[in-house]
Design a protein around this ligand. Sequence first.
Ligand code: SAM
Length: 213
Amino acid sequence: MGYVPGRFDRDGAEDMDRIAKTIFAPIYPVIAQQIIERCGISRGRCLDIGSGPGSLGIALAQASALAVTLLDSSPEMIAIAGGNVREAGLSGRVALLSGDVHDIPLPDRSVDLAVSRGSLFFWEDLPRAFSEIHRVLAPGGTAYVGGGFGTAELRDTIAATMERANPDWRSFRDRNLGADNRERVAGILENLGFRHRLVSDDSGFWVVMEKEG
Ligand code: SAM
């Protein structure tokens, strides 16, 4: 298992896909359920930003009536996601879109639920990315953006397995999910002035941004 955080070329996409289908597999249905409960949205249009192989968006489609679009800036990830959507029998309800969170190729107010897991750590300009997410949200829509593993048990089991293969993995995770980064992201959201709340618990670190209806 040669997973290297931040490598999104063909090899990186294949590694992410393998991990998403094995070690990480149990987290996606758990996080999907948390999103549905915490955001109170289970129908309408959903955008999974930095979807990678599409596991979270697929789990959301399976657990709800949402029509999901998987957005990723890596064409290799989108190609793999396409295969996963077909395999799940969800081609009628899960679409694919190549694009960057800093310039989301969707109209204003076109998304009811925007989700993103494990991608914001790679975004170059967080104020611009969150402004783009806010732009595409429909009035009354919610964004759930962050990182984590759903529960403490899943987090700790995954950390132990990932660390065996890559000793740097825990420091990568701690940098992303640690107090300094949480405070940095919180400060950015505060400055932007969008209505939001922060979830910081065993499920991970999540920005829940709501657009006024
Ligand atoms: N969300 C998936 C998951 O949890 O399994 C994949 C997470 S993977 C660690 C991060 C993903 O974010 C990659 O697929 C990468 O291509 C994507 N990404 C990174 N920067 C991006 C950007 N600026 N716009 C859109 N996607 C981006």
